[in-house]
Design a protein around this ligand. Sequence first.
Ligand code: FAD
Ligand code: FES
Length: 284
Amino acid sequence: MKKFEIISKEKLNDNITRLVIYCPLVARKARPGQFVILRTDEYGERIPLTMAGHNEADGTIVLIYAAVGRTTMLMDQMGVGDCFADIAGPLGKPTEMEGLKRVCVVGGGTGNALAYPIAAGMHDNGIKVDMIAGFKNKDLVILEEDFINNTDNTYVVTDDGSYGEKAFTTDKLKALLEQGNKYDEIVAVGPPIMMKFVCEIASQYGIKSVASLTAYMIDGTGMCGGCRVTIGGEDKFVCVDGPEFDGALVDWDELVMRNAYYKEQEAYDRAHVCRLTGGVRYSD
Ligand SMILES: Cc1cc2nc3c(=O)[nH]c(=O)nc-3n(C[C@H](O)[C@H](O)[C@H](O)COP(=O)(O)OP(=O)(O)OC[C@H]3O[C@@H](n4cnc5c(N)ncnc54)[C@H](O)[C@@H]3O)c2cc1C
Ligand code: FES
């Protein structure tokens, strides 16, 4: 097998894909909650993706990505046997699990891809995990079987009720808390606005919250400042101090504003001309 070779590729829904990649040095050290930064080719942009799993014996890592722009669309055009130019990692701090007995993990949309290794990793470590996996509709549901097999209780909810229970993740979380479920921690992974409300609910019930932040990244080593966030009034870098932070301390408004900085450039990038086929694709 070649370094950074794609070993398998599987569509989880129209827009989300799971890749297994040969990457033995990263697989040897990977822990739940950590991510890699990859480039598709030598001219490629560096993008961060969470490791959704790893297998030290096989030397493989698992990535689950949504095709949203230039690089992820290029990844869509790669197939089994193709190799990435480089994959750096593992990066970021692993998920903290010490002292936890029971946790609720709340995933929203593509965030469920990032929530999965956290939920499964905690479950593997003997922590009782309730998983709330929320999606807009049935067509976007991913990883249901994986969640069921790797958590104690999985609740799939959809905004429009086309699959699972009709509810927002925040409604389901409130319902579980109202039913008397007690958690040591609530983990939120998804759109910032969802994470903000999940963390507020946790605070109302006196429960610690943890949010996994996806700020823009460039180097991934704490040097460029691209991923700066404010946590409890202090500057932190998602790539080296995170990606998981105390949800009650995150400056959510600043995070949303910083994530919108490059919207115009990305809108331009959404019209992608494929260098292999000449085809043009738009992300929305
Ligand atoms: C630590 C970390 C882990 C991540 N893990 C995953 C993962 O496991 N799976 C996954 O699908 N995505 C993940 N992301 C987001 C992923 O990095 C971006 O979707 C990717 O960089 C988009 O690149 P692009 O060139 O395809 O799109 P671009 O053209 O760069 O962007 C297209 C659209 O995606 C949005 N976007 C770009 N970067 C980010 C970002 N960092 N956070 C939120 N929205 C973004 C833009 O606002 C824009 O609307 C993660 C981000 C971070 C910081
Ligand atoms: S990505 Fe450069 S400081 Fe975090």
